[in-house]
Design a protein around this ligand. Structure first.
Ligand code: HEC
Length: 132
């Protein structure tokens, strides 16, 4: 009887561990593909002079304070990414702080990007300071 319980315990443990997505920032990836990939492309390379890249983007690397605000409130006007000037419109969306944080951690580590990951506390603070 006891050994059956052990068996059950290990079976449940096995199922629990394997149902966890082992991919890092998988919610961020799902959200990215659903909300950003159309424009920035699945491979993060953007689209010619219309949509700036996220893969290898110096702007993404150098402006961690601005990124949460861009995701929530959008971005328009001149912006220079990897030496190329863009002047288009990106719409914002009412994502939660957690969604924004997960998406940033995804784009900061996808496609060979090795930019620092962010915390929910930092993202929350940055969102409070948008437009100031
Ligand atoms: C409708 C197309 C569109 C969608 C959807 C979109 N973006 Fe953008 N994004 C743009 C454009 C266009 C710019 C540049 C705006 C400008 O010229 O000022 C931009 C700029 C950016 C920048 C800063 C510049 C850079 O390349 O590093 C980041 C970061 C970014 N977007 C991330 C995202 C993320 C993450 C999402 C999904 C939550 C997203 N975008 C959704 C079009 C889009």
């Amino acid at each position: 009887m006891k050994s059956n319980l052990y068996l059950l315990f290990f079976a449940l443990l096995f199922i629990a561990l394997h149902s966890c997505d082992d991919k890092t920032y998988s919610q961020g990836e799902r959200l990215y593909l659903a909300h950003c990939g159309n424009c920035h492309m699945e491979d993060g390379k953007g689209l010619a002079k219309l949509i700036p890249p996220l893969a290898g983007s110096d702007y993404l690397k150098l402006n961690p304070d601005k990124i949460p605000c861009i995701l929530r409130h959008g971005q328009k006007g001149e912006i220079v990414v990897n030496g190329v000037q863009y002047n288009q419109i990106m719409p914002g969306e009412q994502y939660t702080e957690i969604q924004i944080n997960n998406m940033i951690n995804y784009i900061n580590t996808a496609w060979g990007n090795d930019y620092p990951v962010t915390t929910i506390t930092a993202t929350k603070k940055r969102l409070e300071l948008c437009n100031q």
